[in-house]
Design a protein around this ligand. Structure first.
Ligand code: SAM
Length: 452
C-alpha cells in the first residue's frame, strides 16, 4: 500500500511489536471475513471455519459468501463482524460477571457489532441501551438488533450530552468512538482518502468531548470500555492517559495469551493497560481497546414511586405469542403494544423522559378489533413462544419469501403462520384460506436478483 501515511508509519515504529515491512505487506492483503454466531439462535450451515481465539462465538470464514442469499443471515443467526472487535468479550470475562442485572450503555452503537455482542454476553437480565446519534445509522442499528432478537436491547438516538441527567446510572459504558479509521484502510479505501493528521487531532478532541459528556453517567464501581479502529496514539493511549488524569479510575487488564498475537501496551503517563491489534500479527483489522473501573463506592439511588402504565386489556391477545416470563404490557401510541420485563419498567419510566427511543422492549404488534397483528420484531424475537403454527421452507422458497414473492407452497388453513428456515423464524404469513399474505415489512425485503 504505497499511500499509507508516512507520518503514521513513523509513529507506529515507536510501538512495541511493530514490524513495518510485514505491516505494509499485509495492507495489500484482503481483509479477513468473520462472523459471530447468535448463541440463542443456533443452526448455521456455513462452511467450517477456524474459531476466533478471543471470542467464544466468533468464527473465521475461508471466503466471503453473499450473506444476502443466506436466509439464516436474515433470521439473525449470526452477525458479520470484524474479528479484532470481538475482543470486547475479554473485558466481560475480566470483570468477573455475575447474574446480577446490569444497566449497560453502548454509546456509539451503529451498526450494532458491539451491541449484539453485548446482548449475547450479558444475557437477558441486563438492560442494554444502544445509542446512535446519527438518525439514519440508528435505523440500521434498530434493524440489526431486531434481527438479533433480544428483548432487552433498546435503541436511542441521542447526542452524548443528552445523557447528562443520568448521573451514576450505568454499570457499564462502552464508547466505541468515532475515529480517524486508519485500522480499516485495507477494508475501506475511502478511510485512507479521508485520513489526515488534522483529522486525528479533530477526532481526539471529539473523543474527549464524548467522554466528558458521558463519564458522569457511570456509577462508581462501574466499568468504562473505550475502543477505536485507529492506529494513532493521540486517539488511543493518549486518551487512556487523559481519562486517568481527569477521573478517579483504575485500569483493567484482561489476561491475554501471547499466542493470540495481541499487542499489550501501557500508556505513557498513567501506565494504563491497552491492547492493540496489528493485522500482520493476527487475523483481524486494526483495533485498539482499553478499560477502566470507576473508583469509589456505589451510592444507592432510590427510584422513587412511579405510576405504572400497564395495559391489562390485551394480556390475553399477547400471552399466546410469548414464552412464559414476567412481562408487563405498555401501549405505544393508539393501538400498538410493547412487552417488557417487569423489572425494567421503572428504568423505562426514567429514560423515556430524557432520551429519544426508537425501540424499547418488544414491540408485539397492532391491535385490530380484538386480535393482534403480530409484528416482524416478534417473529425474530427470542422471547416468542416456541409452539406457534409454522411452515418450514427450503432455501429457495425461503429466499422468495424474503424477497416478498410467492414462495409457491400449498395454502394451509386460515390463520397466522411463522415462516421458518432450518429452525429459524424469518417472518409472518397469514392464510386467508384461498391465498397467503406475506407480512415481511417492505423495507426488509431482499432487493437483489435471486440466483436461478
Ligand atoms: N460500535 C459500532 C459497532 O461495533 O458496530 C461501531 C461504532 S463507529 C466506530 C462510531 C459511531 O459513533 C458511528 O456510528 C458514528 O455515527 C457515531 N458518532 C459520530 N459522531 C459522534 C458523536 N459526536 N457522539 C457520539 N457518537 C458519534
Amino acid at each position: 500500500l504505497q499511500n499509507f501515511p508516512l507520518s503514521l508509519l513513523a509513529e507506529l515504529g515507536q510501538i512495541k511489536d511493530f514490524d513495518q515491512q510485514s505491516f505494509v505487506d499485509c495492507q495489500s492483503q484482503p481483509a479477513v471475513t468473520s462472523i459471530r454466531q447468535n448463541p440463542i439462535k443456533s443452526k448455521l450451515d456455513l462452511p467450517e471455519g477456524e474459531n476466533v481465539p478471543w471470542c467464544s462465538s466468533g468464527r473465521y470464514l475461508s471466503e466471503r459468501p453473499v450473506f444476502t442469499l443466506d436466509p439464516a443471515y436474515h433470521a439473525g443467526a449470526y452477525y458479520v463482524q470484524e474479528a479484532s472487535s470481538m475482543f470486547l468479550e475479554q473485558y466481560y470475562l475480566a470483570i468477573a460477571p455475575t447474574e446480577k442485572p446490569m444497566k449497560i450503555l453502548d454509546l456509539c452503537a451503529a451498526p450494532g457489532g458491539k451491541s449484539t455482542h453485548i446482548a449475547s454476553i450479558f444475557g437477558n437480565n441486563s438492560l442494554i441501551i444502544c445509542n446512535e446519534v446519527i438518525g439514519s445509522r440508528a435505523s440500521i442499528l434498530e434493524e440489526n438488533l431486531t434481527r438479533w432478537g433480544n428483548i432487552n436491547t433498546w435503541v436511542t438516538c441521542n447526542d452524548p450530552k443528552h445523557f447528562s441527567k443520568l448521573n451514576d446510572f450505568f454499570d457499564v459504558i462502552v464508547v466505541d468512538a468515532p475515529c480517524s479509521g486508519s485500522g480499516l484502510f485495507r477494508k475501506d479505501k475511502g478511510a485512507l482518502d479521508e485520513w489526515s493528521e488534522h483529522a486525528v487531532v479533530h477526532c481526539a478532541q471529539r473523543q474527549k468531548r464524548i467522554l466528558t459528556d458521558i463519564l458522569p453517567c457511570l456509577k462508581p464501581g462501574g466499568i468504562l470500555i473505550y475502543s477505536t479502529c485507529s492506529f494513532s496514539v493521540a486517539e488511543n493511549e493518549a486518551i487512556a492517559d487523559w481519562i486517568a488524569d481527569n477521573y478517579s479510575v483504575a485500569s483493567l487488564c484482561p489476561a491475554v495469551p501471547l499466542e493470540w498475537g495481541v499487542t499489550q501496551t501501557v500508556s505513557e503517563t498513567s501506565k494504563s493497560n491497552c491492547f492493540r491489534f496489528f493485522p500482520n500479527r493476527l487475523k483481524g483489522e486494526g483495533f485498539f481497546i482499553t478499560g477502566f473501573q470507576k473508583t469509589g463506592a456505589e451510592e444507592r439511588h432510590s427510584i422513587g414511586k412511579f405510576k405504572s402504565a400497564h395495559v391489562q386489556k390485551f394480556q390475553q391477545n399477547v400471552d399466546e405469542f410469548l414464552q412464559k416470563d414476567d412481562y408487563v404490557l405498555l401501549a405505544n401510541g393508539q393501538d400498538s403494544i410493547v412487552a417488557m420485563h417487569r423489572q425494567q419498567e421503572s428504568d423505562f419510566q426514567i429514560l423515556s423522559k430524557i432520551l429519544h427511543f426508537k425501540k424499547f422492549g418488544l414491540s408485539m404488534g397492532q391491535i385490530a378489533g380484538n386480535a393482534l397483528i403480530p409484528s416482524h420484531e416478534l417473529a425474530l424475537s427470542t422471547a416468542i413462544a416456541p409452539t406457534l403454527p409454522s411452515i418450514t421452507l427450503e432455501k429457495t422458497a425461503a429466499l422468495r419469501f424474503l424477497k416478498k414473492e410467492d414462495p409457491g407452497i400449498p395454502i394451509p388453513p386460515k390463520g397466522w403462520y411463522l415462516i421458518r428456515y432450518e429452525g429459524l423464524n424469518l417472518g409472518w404469513a397469514k392464510s386467508l384460506g384461498n391465498r397467503m399474505n406475506n407480512y415481511l415489512p417492505k423495507n426488509w425485503r431482499i432487493r437483489m436478483e435471486l440466483p436461478e
